[in-house]
Design a protein around this ligand. Structure first.
Ligand code: SAM
Length: 355
């Protein structure tokens, strides 16, 4: 049976005025509150609503942005879970957002679409990916024109024609060095390859050359001009950096929400996919990251970190439980997307670690 408290008791509990409680009730901001006679009663377990007058990162409804590349380890499925970790505490003013391992940016684009952070910072070690973000920010029309040309040429071709075209673009992508002059052209190759290659993988060989074969998509959208233009506008107040996540430290302070999504620690010897770049993200890297997290925790940032749960394969593996023993660890269910054997995709736990 539900128990209720009076507006006076709620006011004391939440440390706000009784009049404010009445206003929140009349605005239907407290779920389950009811008027009895001329008094409000409130479910005893109701939570204090976020006070929009003090929250600086308030939710807004702008145009919905989608990631412009498919990315391994993309956190589309977990966005709702992670979003719950954005603190709903009006007294703690968060005005900055940092995602130092942004990848395809599933959460980042959600945040850009729905929250009003004053300053944002993204980075990644993958220079081609960051070049694409920068190209969209700086010269989206030139990029759209190039992608549109490629789409118009590629889509009408038969399978052999498409293969010829795809491998030609892959060769060009691998032979062009990234520099200012070529950045738009390379960004266009990068997005084209992502949209047409096998599973949207980004994999390079030992020499650093992209080596993913063509995929089998019938009608891939290579140029989503509307989304690219919307992203272009939204990126104007975002700092975009290519490099190690530790570079974000100078940006991060007690007003910053930080989301970190490192490459997975492999869940088994054979299924691991950690090489986005030629360097794998091994246990030593995970330990280095944990030290960085300790430092930004000290600086007062609000942190959320995601990773695969090693207990999916070995219930006795306490690697992350030990590494993050002074943090809160949540286990949430997700479908692992990356596995060349479709039958092996299944429900597993992911870790969300926060302070
Ligand atoms: C799991 S993915 C992130 C996926 C992303 N959350 C999304 O929604 O697409 C991990 C990313 O970390 C990047 N990365 C790996 N080592 C890094 C480092 N030392 N510094 C910055 N980024 C790094 C990889 O290039 C990759 O894009």
């Amino acid at each position: 049976m539900l128990s209720y408290i009076s507006a006076k008791e709620a006011a004391e509990k939440w440390n706000i005025s009784q009049r404010r409680v009445a206003i929140l009730c009349s605005e239907a901001r407290i779920s389950g509150a009811m008027m009895v006679g001329n008094m409000w009663i409130i479910p005893a377990d109701a939570e204090k609503p976020i006070d929009k007058r003090t929250v600086r990162y308030e939710k807004i409804h702008k145009v919905e942005l989608k990631p412009f590349v498919k990315w391994v380890g993309g956190k589309g499925q977990l966005v709702d879970e992670i979003e719950k970790m954005l603190p709903s505490d009006g007294e703690k003013t968060l005005t900055k957002y940092a995602e130092p391992m942004v990848g395809g940016g599933a959460l980042f684009f959600n945040v850009l679409s729905r929250y009003n952070f004053e300053e944002l910072y993204i980075s990644d070690i993958n220079s081609e990916l960051i070049n694409a973000y920068t190209a969209i920010k700086q010269d989206v029309e030139a990029l759209i024109k190039r992608l549109d040309d490629m789409q118009m040429t590629f889509l009408p071709l038969d399978t052999n024609g498409r293969k010829y075209y795809y491998y030609n673009i892959r060769d060009k992508f691998n032979s062009v060095e990234l520099n200012n002059k070529t950045s738009i052209e390379k960004a266009a190759y990068f997005i084209f390859l992502n949209k047409t290659c096998f599973n949207g993988l980004y994999r390079v060989n030992r020499k650093g050359l992209f080596n993913v074969p063509m995929g089998a998509y019938k009608n891939p959208t290579i140029c989503d001009a509307e989304n690219l233009r919307n992203i272009h506008s939204a990126l104007q107040n975002v700092t975009i950096i290519c490099g190690d996540y530790t570079l974000s430290q100078s940006f991060i302070d007690s007003k910053t929400f930080v989301y970190l999504d490192p490459p997975y620690r492999p869940i088994s010897e054979t299924s691991g996919f950690t090489s986005y770049n030629s360097d794998a993200f091994d246990d030593n890297e995970q330990i280095r990251l944990a030290k960085f997290i300790d430092e930004i925790n000290e600086a007062g940032a609000k942190i959320v970190l995601s990773n695969s749960d090693p207990k999916n394969v070995n219930p006795d593996d306490n690697f992350f439980d030990d590494l993050y023993k002074s943090y809160r660890i949540h286990r949430v269910s997700a479908t692992r997307m990356i596995n060349s054997n479709a039958e092996k995709r299944g429900k597993i736990n992911e870790l969300l670690i926060c302070n």
